[in-house]
Design a protein around this ligand. Structure first.
Ligand code: ZN
Length: 222
């Protein structure tokens, strides 16, 4: 593990974890759908994943963006689902209140989005988040300042997304997993099934899912 550097005292922006081990990290965003089968899987198998919860998704306000899938799980458990995940060992991290493009917001509005979500998650889930994922993966310097002021120790991006059916869409041309890759999935219909397919695929390629928080600690991020 190499330490992850930071500039100007701001939280580092991390797209992949600097490791040589065959390990990748799964992050799951938003919260529009709350597949109970997935929570049971995580509880039984204790596979490390990290959730980035967004208030309006978890509380089913408004319309999901397409990345998160069009469907909506009616009768979702709201924050109860994320408390279940937390009880199964899943850290619940910060993905804003309303999923804006933060570059279009001023400093104060960005701070409200990030600090508001941190406070709400702390209250609802019982542990304050320390990692921040900007919606759409876009941010500016004000975002990093706000993230810092809201207690975030790192800003997490990703190297590949997981599509419905467990298909991996890479951002690199050679379409292979690399050590330290961060995969982005969404809470959407059939998450349990897609997760099973994905975990199988990762293992077939000789990789394991790693504990993001432990690796970040080893890289001296938190
Ligand atoms: Zn999102």
């Amino acid at each position: 593990m190499r330490p992850i550097g930071r500039t100007g005292g701001l939280p580092p922006v991390i797209s992949s974890i600097p490791t040589k081990r065959k390990v990748v990290f799964l992050t799951i965003d938003d919260g529009w759908e709350q597949d109970p089968g997935f929570a049971a899987q995580i509880r039984d198998q204790r596979i490390p994943v990290t959730a980035f919860a967004m208030r309006d998704a978890v509380e089913a306000k408004g319309t999901p963006d397409e990345a998160g899938g069009r469907a909506r799980y009616v009768g979702a458990g709201k924050w109860g689902y994320f408390r279940q995940l937390r009880d199964a060992g899943v850290p619940v991290e910060n993905h804003t209140l309303t999923h804006p493009d933060l570059r279009l917001l001023g400093r104060d509005a960005q701070r409200r989005e990030i600090c508001g979500a941190a406070k709400l998650i702390g209250k609802q889930v019982g542990a304050r988040p320390t990692l921040f994922r900007p919606p759409f993966g876009v941010y500016n310097t004000d975002t990093l300042t706000a993230a810092k002021n809201c207690g975030m120790t790192a800003v997490l991006l990703w190297t590949a997304t997981v599509q419905p059916g467990g298909k991996i869409a890479y951002q690199v041309p050679d379409k292979r997993l690399r050590p330290g890759d961060i995969l982005l999935m969404h809470f959407r219909p059939n998450l349990a099934r897609d997760f099973r397919v994905l975990v199988e695929k990762i293992r077939r390629r000789g990789y394991e899912l790693g504990n993001l928080q432990a690796y970040l600690a080893a890289a001296r991020v938190r």
